[in-house]
Design a protein around this ligand. Sequence first.
Ligand code: GDP
Ligand code: ZN
Length: 299
Amino acid sequence: MRCLSGMVVSGYGGFYQVRLEGGQVVNCKPRGRLKKEFSKIYSGDKVEISFTPEDNGVIETIAPRRVLLPRPNIANVDRLLLVLAWTMPDFDLLLADRMLVIAARVGVAPILCFNKIDLLPEANSSDLAALCQVYEAAGVPVLAISATENVGIDQVRKVLADGITVMAGQSGVGKSSLLNRLLPEEKAETGEVSDRLRRGKHTTRYTRILPMDEQGKGFIADTPGFFTLDLPCDLEEKELASYYPEFRAASACRFDGCIHDKEPDCGVKQAVAAGGIDKGRYQRYLRLLQEIREREVRY
Ligand code: GDP
Ligand code: ZN
């Protein structure tokens, strides 16, 4: 039996659409035994398919997943692009930090993307530079763009050139506007894509993975609704600091198991006082710590 390799790009009512390496999309059903082995097949899954004599696609095997993003489930995601608006709505750095923790924990590279910089008054451009510095110290690339004014889009394209990217961010920050910019222009005319462009915000139920270029190297996930930004429920207090690379770099806190909160002589707190670690990042770290504690009381 001849099998072809591809990637699941969407799923509807028991059928999965598999994009073959050449770009052709085949509607497939999973082989019966796969239904037992896997509770579900997700967008992003690498699969092998065969064809029935009637030319229907059959998913034969699913490759082990490198990463599985929770809610919505997307397999083999390479990066999470957190879109924040410079204003309208004002950006929320607690949300940004929360997302960075979530991304690091699932093993996906995060990128911060400040949109609507056309609304940034000239006088405030140093605020943006300062923010870039804070997050670059945390090992996170920062992009400043305007989706509607077409500023910085080439840079986004470069960063997302291969693999699968998932966009996250509050409603209204410009995710749909950016998505439309990133998809190939000629595609905007086709039935499939114009359907997507017309869709209401909450009507799409399945995550779809869309190619950003004809070669099919870079893909972007069009997720239904909002990528969850709740801290994972099994995240523990003592684990949180491990997702703050600048805490490690700037301080070398001497104490094993120090959560850098009330402990005396904590190296992280000293670095915050001396300006080596951004105060805002540290204060938001304490808020996330508090959130974890409150959750532990609840359960
Ligand atoms: P989503 O909810 O995150 O998908 O956000 P949308 O893409 O629907 O954008 C929300 C609103 O912000 C729309 O009115 C857009 O026209 C506007 N918008 C998006 N990007 C920009 C931008 O770069 N600059 C400005 N001024 N407005 C933008
Ligand atoms: Zn400490």
